[in-house]
Design a protein around this ligand. Sequence first.
Ligand SMILES: C[S@@+](CC[C@H](N)C(=O)[O-])C[C@H]1O[C@@H](n2cnc3c(N)ncnc32)[C@H](O)[C@@H]1O
Length: 364
Amino acid sequence: MRKLADSEPRLRKSVCLKVPKQYGEKTLALANGLKILNNRIEIQRDQDFVYVPLLRKPSGDESEDLKQQIADYKLVAHIFPERKKREPSIAELLENRLPPHLFAGLPHSADFVGDIAIIEVSPELETYKNLIGEAILKTNKNVRTVLAKAGAVSGTYRVREFSIIAGEVRTETIHKEYGSQYYVDVAKAYFSPRLSYEHNRVASLVKEGETVIDLFSGVGPFAIQIAKNHEKVKVYAVDANPHAIEYLKRNIRLNRVGEKVHPILGDARQVIDEELSGVADRVIMNLPEKAIEFVDTSCKAMKPSGGIAHFYCFVNASDSLDNVKGRFVEAVEKCGKKAEILFFRRVRATAPYEWQIVLDARIH
Ligand SMILES: C[S@@+](CC[C@H](N)C(=O)[O-])C[C@H]1O[C@@H](n2cnc3c(N)ncnc32)[C@H](O)[C@@H]1O
């Protein structure tokens, strides 16, 4: 999630009154009274002096006025940061258009997938969602479409419904992360910009020469990042969702990794049983709801000498990380192998008191 709207200050050269710092306040008041104070750039201070920016040089009479009150002022040119041009907030844009008690519920952040902003609109703001969408378009110049979540991520394909509340009528875009680009249709195949660090983290652990199986690849952000980061890798990217595989194929072309990434449409268990037993140095299991049910498949996919598993799951406040580790180790032992946990981390919060976590483990 990223905060909505921001802007950077620019530098600007301006004529100003340079005065010893004890005269700062007085000079400001004088310049303001003479209507020559430049309010659009910020006053600067150093150890000894204050620099009061002016709209123009003072006229002869104005200089006389100034001299009488502040004997040792100097007229100089100075570099000032422009006052941060503050974009109006969504709340300011909606002033007078929403009942006051609803302002507290306005969204403060969004997921940005390419040029699409995705927000959650609370039920009481439902009737105002188009106005909110328009305000987001106005305050975020790179956004062309605003979507509101219209349900939870669900089903085998892990997708959710959206309503288009402002901008261009589409759910497809191109998303960039860590130098790779992805065609994504958020309504047809799973994609989350909140996993970008994780995609890159796993890619950076892969060694040259490895064979990797991405068991639940979606549109390919793990598989493609691995292929982009390494010369000699073979990545099998499996997904049951035909849309995900279609987008994966486009993304393989877009990122020119056709020699290294091999897309396979199908059920992960069946694909491993029928085509890919005993080949992998590394298996990525990013299906947090159900990955535990695929530990046997993952073990089967690995070379007889073993390999590394990246196992994702959800954990809530009533569960514990030790329980998760225990369940994973037990599932591996049921396959006649041993698991050595190498690393774990919380990937992101998914609900109040619920997190997605990852375990990296060596399977012996
Ligand atoms: C959480 S998404 C992960 C997407 C991708 N790894 C990423 O980081 O964007 C899980 C994916 O698993 C796929 N999936 C679910 N059950 C599956 C199965 N039995 N076999 C293969 N893929 C499956 C879904 O279609 C979905 O694209």
